[in-house]
Design a protein around this ligand. Sequence first.
Ligand code: FES
Length: 111
Amino acid sequence: MTRRVPVATLSDVPEGTMHMVQVDGTDILLVHLDGQVRALQGICSHEYFELDKGFLTGDSVTCALHLSRFDVATGDALDPPAELPLVTWPVTLLDGSIVVELPDGPIEVNE
Ligand code: FES
């Protein structure tokens, strides 16, 4: 089962930017790229580091700590040292709200 959680408004995440939100204490990174908003786990899958402190380059997010890149669309780790992908969740836009589809229970991330 899933739940649909409004987490921000579109104006919080202008095109070409990232924005971190929290749901139940879990960091979720919103990325607005090429007209699409995506939601990925906000903490790097390598070590504990917030990805909103990293860089959005092309269609990937680069972690600022050890420079692993992650595909924004799939969450896949593109470079070492990270090996595990970032968990991603479906996003819909509803009247300017960014709504993320999350599991009903605990929000699992890769670490
Ligand atoms: S903490 Fe992100 S690559 Fe190491």
